[in-house]
Design a protein around this ligand. Structure first.
Ligand SMILES: Nc1ncnc2c1ncn2[C@@H]1O[C@H](COP(=O)(O)OP(=O)(O)O)[C@@H](O)[C@H]1O
Ligand SMILES: [Mg+2]
Length: 254
């Protein structure tokens, strides 16, 4: 059975896509058959994984509308064990088209059943909102991974999100659990970064990964090459941080 992990935060630009793609890269390198599901119409994960969606090729959009199965929409990446369910900006339309359809919150969950036996890890890269696409991700997920940018108001955002997860637990997915928060874009030279790390750890003991992702140029550059950091710059500090995160995550499943 695949483990389904939603990478979620209602804020944009906090490192959800960077985390989905590069954590996915290291899980794949560790031999886990991995899928990154691009649930964001900005389709950054799709591009970051080097996938160009050909005209007429099925994506998450057709999958959510039940026109194709997950296996049919699945694409291999250049990296062994690393696959993607790609998206295009058309995905915006799915949220609207699903609005009056039955079981609209459970479309992703249903679709992913098709992949359960064939994969170990499914990472869902969520859009920066709490709309129907994110609700689908939370309804499908076993656990939630929350990238938290080391910035002012990080804690407030995290508290709101944990309340949302609690609501999803009560109404849509009783099994969902918060795996933890990952601090991202850490800059050791700034007092603010250090303060945010301290505060988040103090407020959520036991729910914050030891791995902290530094602000790192190579992590920002890799997406333009369509390669994960595993391939683009494996000796960079950013790569080491995601490798460490993948090890920490896998140790939780032993
Ligand atoms: N650790 C990091 N160091 C440097 N740049 C980063 C880092 N994490 C993300 N970025 C960059 O910041 C921007 C936002 O990150 P992204 O992962 O796309 O956030 P989100 O998916 O939450 O919107 C992107 O341009 C990305 O390349
Ligand atoms: Mg993103």
């Amino acid at each position: 059975m695949a483990e389904i992990l939603a990478v979620v935060n209602q804020k944009g630009g906090v490192g959800k896509t960077t985390t989905s793609v590069n954590l996915g890269g290291y899980l794949a390198q560790a031999g886990r058959r991995t899928v990154v599901v691009d649930m964001d119409p900005q389709a950054n994960a799709t591009a970051g994984l080097g996938i160009k969606v050909a005209e007429g090729s099925p994506t998450v959009y057709e999958m959510l509308l039940q026109q194709v199965t997950a296996s049919e929409a699945l694409k291999a990446t250049y990296q062994k064990n690393l696959n993607a369910l790609p998206s295009t900006p058309d995905l915006v339309g799915a949220a609207i088209e699903l609005m009056d359809q039955p079981h609209r919150e459970y479309r992703l969950r249903r679709a992913l059943r098709d992949l359960h036996e064939h994969f170990d890890m499914i990472l869902i890269d969520c859009p920066p909102s709490l709309g129907l696409l994110t609700v689908n991700a939370l309804a499908a997920a076993d656990r939630v991974l929350i990238p938290v940018q080391c910035e002012f108001y990080a804690l407030e955002g995290l508290k709101q999100l944990l309340q949302t997860v609690e609501m999803v637990k009560q109404h849509l997915n009783p099994n969902i659990q918060v795996l933890g928060a990952v601090l991202t874009m850490y800059d050791r030279r700034t007092a603010l970064s250090r303060k945010v790390v301290r505060e988040v750890r103090r407020s959520f003991p036991g729910h914050v990964f030891d791995s902290v992702i530094p602000r790192n140029t190579e992590l920002a550059e890799a997406p333009q090459t369509g390669r994960t950091i595993v391939d683009y710059a494996k000796h960079s500090r950013g790569a080491k941080a995601y490798e460490h995160l993948s090890e920490e995550l896998l140790s939780l499943y032993k």
